[in-house]
Design a protein around this ligand. Structure first.
Ligand SMILES: [Ca+2]
Ligand SMILES: [Ca+2]
Length: 222
């Protein structure tokens, strides 16, 4: 049984067998915005929603030391925030992003994640103390109108979901009105183990650079 996380909840990365969860995927599944129209509202149009899943890696002192965000973000824009260009792998290959999805599900919830970062905790260098996952919306719509956005951690591969460990529903709530970025959750070291905390904080950020700077400033505690 997967754990359904609530905001602020912290969990051990322990499977039912007692073994530590080490090799897994962090995926986000979301849908385009459906609008009913036409005669009796029978026709339906779906507006694309381009969310981007990213990760910021902070060292054990809380400073930004590595990142995963799209190489499609303009380097000049990132440089204004003192940030390097985007890339899809981090920390000696311990984390890999499977690539950009620009539309979300268009035919209703397909149950599959639209953007995924694979994680192998045993490969994460010792200087990395926490990995914070976040979402930015590249379009103009805010999170309150996106029909669903869910983050989950599962074992398997990006295309074959074997075992869902935990999931967290993060959209379609009034508190997300006007918000276009979302700090999802944090993997963090606790002694020799890793844990996960569900954060679920919406922000006004319109650009990934703002979110990364915010994380390095406001989320640099363990
Ligand atoms: Ca995207
Ligand atoms: Ca999907």
């Amino acid at each position: 049984m997967a754990i359904n996380l609530i905001k602020g909840q912290r969990i051990d990365l322990k499977k039912l067998t007692g073994a530590a969860l080490n090799d897994f995927c962090v995926g986000v599944n979301w849908g385009g915005i459906e609008t009913k129209g036409g005669f009796l509202g029978l026709s339906k149009t779906v507006q694309d929603v381009d969310l981007d899943l990213s990760a910021a890696l902070l060292d054990t002192q809380g400073a930004l030391c590595d990142h995963i965000y799209s190489p499609l973000y303009k380097a000049e824009g990132l440089a204004q925030f003192g940030l390097p260009p985007g890339k899809l792998t981090a920390a000696s290959g311990a984390l890999r992003h499977t690539g950009d999805d620009r539309s979300g599900d268009s035919g209703g919830d397909d149950g599959l994640d639209n953007e995924i970062i694979t994680v192998n905790l045993s490969k994460v260098p010792a200087n990395v103390g926490q990995i914070i996952f976040f979402l930015n919306n590249c379009g103009g719509e805010d999170f309150s109108v996106i029909p669903y956005a869910k983050i989950r951690m599962f074992e398997g591969t990006p295309t074959v979901v074997k075992d869902v460990f935990a999931s967290y529903n993060v959209a379609a709530e009034p508190q997300y009105r006007g918000k276009r970025a979302l700090i999802l959750g944090r993997l963090y070291r606790h002694g020799s183990e890793w844990k996960f905390a569900a954060i679920g904080d919406p922000t006004d950020d319109g650009f990934v650079g703002q979110t990364v700077v915010r994380i390095a400033k406001e989320y640099n505690h363990s």
